[in-house]
Design a protein. Structure first.
Length: 368
């Protein structure tokens, strides 16, 4: 330091710190040889504290306001230095300004998955993340335990340690809670409150206060989420056999209303019927009758299998009940071609005696 800079520093009688950053926690006031003039003005702004350190030992702590540095305002330092009758010469002391405002929207998250035992899915790997809010609640303890002699201490110097502490306590809490995976989303508030209360005392050991901690999301591996999506889809569809029959009936009804449709529509209808029939068999599967009860009687018309011809394409086979349903819907009329085992050629539906009465009582489809 030059002679002019030394002289200029000695003339300064105002000690203050204006923070133009967003992450500074502690800043040591720069002063030549740490000399402070008697009667100097100390200005501590809102959300700040000023900590005086003399000979490596914390002496006095000032909160927000304007303070004139005299023996009356420095009781601890005055006692340490033995100034019984006051002093009027410069004294040496380091001044640390501590930012005590809330630091918000700090992120935490699990670097590696947490393995828990779920009662429904068994061992499951889970990840979680959230945010927390922290502030310096005890400036003297924070400097003593964390900052030390650092002249400029930022949030990043301690944030990783805080995140690791949160993740460790969260992983332990999640495993001990034994909350089912599907119920975790309904317990985010409870988990956040419990975790905050659990780690707050550990933050206080560093002179820090965690005022809010949020669990924002707990996620499953992608393959597990995909399996859950499939299970949800099956639950929405319900009975797959009935769903396929319903889709086939709609296809046949649409074909009946559009007899002049192109060949691709007929092919799609035929494939739809075939898939419905085969998938229906796969879903339902063979069912053995219960040994304690006789098998149920077959429904009317189910002893024969019928094929239906539309637009030069055939669909089937269908049992009698399916044919009756299509006749009632108007998808099969008297002139619709049908065939069953034992016939030498295709015949119109009106020639089948088992469906004659129903066809005569069912009006034909409306003309286009």
């Amino acid at each position: 330091m030059t002679l002019w800079e030394k002289a200029k520093a000695e003339l300064i009688d105002i000690i203050e710190w204006t923070d133009d950053s967003s992450d500074t926690l502690v800043c040591r006031f720069p002063r030549f040889d740490n000399e402070i003039k008697y009667g100097a003005q100390l200005i501590v702004r809102q959300s700040q504290s000023a900590v005086f350190v003399n000979m490596g030992e914390i002496s006095d702590v000032f909160t927000s306001g304007t303070h004139q540095l005299t023996t009356k305002n420095l009781p601890v330092l005055t006692t340490l230095m033995g100034w019984e009758y006051g002093f009027h010469s410069p004294f040496k002391s380091e001044v640390y300004f501590v930012n005590t405002r809330n630091f918000t929207n700090l992120k935490w998250g699990t670097k590696n998955p947490v393995i828990i035992r779920d009662p429904e899915f068994g061992p499951v790997r889970m990840r979680a993340f959230g945010t927390f809010v922290v502030r310096v609640s005890d400036p003297a303890k924070f400097i003593r335990e964390i900052v030390g002699t650092s002249g400029h201490f930022i949030l990043g110097d301690v944030s990783e340690q805080l995140k690791n502490l949160i993740v460790t306590r969260f992983s332990d809490m999640l495993a001990e809670s034994k909350i089912p995976v599907l119920d975790l989303a309904a317990n985010y508030n409870e988990l956040s409150a419990f975790l905050t209360g659990k780690i707050a005392p550990e933050f206080l050991e560093y002179g820090l206060e965690i005022s809010k901690l949020l669990v924002e999301n707990i996620s499953l591996p992608l393959e597990v989420e995909a399996a859950l999506d499939k299970k949800s889809s099956m639950g929405i569809i319900g009975n797959l056999d009935n769903y396929l029959k319903f889709q086939s009936g709609n296809a046949l009804e649409s074909a009946a209303k559009n007899p002049g449709g192109d060949a691709s529509a007929g092919v799609g209808m035929g494939m739809g019927f075939a898939m419905a029939n085969q998938l229906g068999k796969m879903v339902t599967g063979p069912q053995d009758p219960s040994p304690s009860a006789p098998p149920s009687l077959p429904p009317e018309g189910s002893d024969s299998k019928y094929y239906v011809g539309k637009n030069g394409k055939k669909a089937g086979p269908f049992d009698g009940n399916a044919i009756i349903g299509y006749i009632k819907k108007g998808a099969i009329g008297k002139e619709t071609l049908m065939w069953k085992e034992g016939l030498a050629e295709w015949k119109v539906a009106g020639s089948f005696t088992e469906f004659e009465s129903l066809l005569n009582s069912t009006p034909p489809p409306l003309p286009e």
